[in-house]
Design a protein around this ligand. Structure first.
Ligand code: ATP
Length: 222
């Protein structure tokens, strides 16, 4: 479903990704783990076109998306819940979810909203509350829910467990499994390697902008 071939990415003159290659098969959960500054978020952002890969190729669902604009990449069926949640804090929960659907066919909105609120009952109760007044865990759920509003084939999650209490990490973990069981492939970036590998089929370890190890989650955990 997704394939990165020898992707190099830069911030100005500084090379952040030195030839990253990875793939996600349809139906899989794939984890990418690594320390602070290893290049995890840069990999995810490069997939979405910002920063743009300067060399190498990114293929999604058989289409070369390396040079496509971000809105088109999202329309193709890829969605990204960024690190730090980055919800619209002055908008209500419902408005945040509407923003997640801007690239979708408006006639699907109500069905998509119902299925997302079904997955996150707490957001259903708080539709009119401003995003910035939600708890950290609720904001994380809103970030994932917003990403799901475009009905992606592949959901990209950047450190969804960051800063959450163990009980909430468990809840987020169950939600990711649930989303995957409903047919969405997942690329999951985490520093919480144990959590990520406990639900992933396969994983990659990234260090200084290079993939240094890959394998099944069982092998990587061992
Ligand atoms: P963390 O777990 O701390 O979020 P990460 O693995 O996601 O780390 P990245 O955010 O991808 O790491 O950063 C990779 C490298 O690129 C780091 O050296 C970082 O300082 C650099 N970098 C990230 N964003 C920018 C930017 N906008 N401008 C310049 N350099 C950047």
């Amino acid at each position: 479903m997704l394939r990165l071939e020898n992707v190099h990415s830069y911030y100005g003159g500084i090379e952040a990704l030195h030839g990253v290659s990875l793939y996600v098969n349809s139906g899989e959960i794939v984890a990418m783990i690594g320390a602070n500054g290893a290049g995890k978020s840069t990999t995810l952002m490069t997939i979405c076109g910002e920063p743009r890969a300067r060399s190498g190729r990114i293929l999604f669902d058989g289409v070369d998306i390396t040079l496509e604009p971000t809105f088109q990449i999202i329309r193709n069926g890829l969605s990204h819940a960024p690190e730090g949640r980055r919800i619209f804090s002055r908008m209500t929960v419902l408005e945040n979810l509407q923003m997640g659907a801007v690239t979708s066919d408006p006639s699907h909105f109500q069905d998509d909203l119902n299925s997302v609120l079904n997955l996150f009952p707490i957001l259903d109760e708080r539709q009119q509350q401003r995003g910035g007044t939600l708890s950290g865990g609720e904001q994380q759920m809103l970030a994932i829910a917003r990403a799901l509003m475009s009905s992606p084939k592949l959901l990209i999650l950047d450190e969804p467990s960051l800063g959450l209490a163990p009980k909430l990490v468990q809840q987020i973990r169950d939600i990711i499994c649930n989303i995957n069981e409903q047919g969405t492939s997942v690329l999951l970036v985490e520093q919480n390697a144990t959590m990520a590998l406990s639900i992933a089929d396969r994983g990659y370890v990234i260090e200084n902008g290079r993939i240094v190890r890959e394998g099944t989650s069982r092998d990587l955990l061992a």
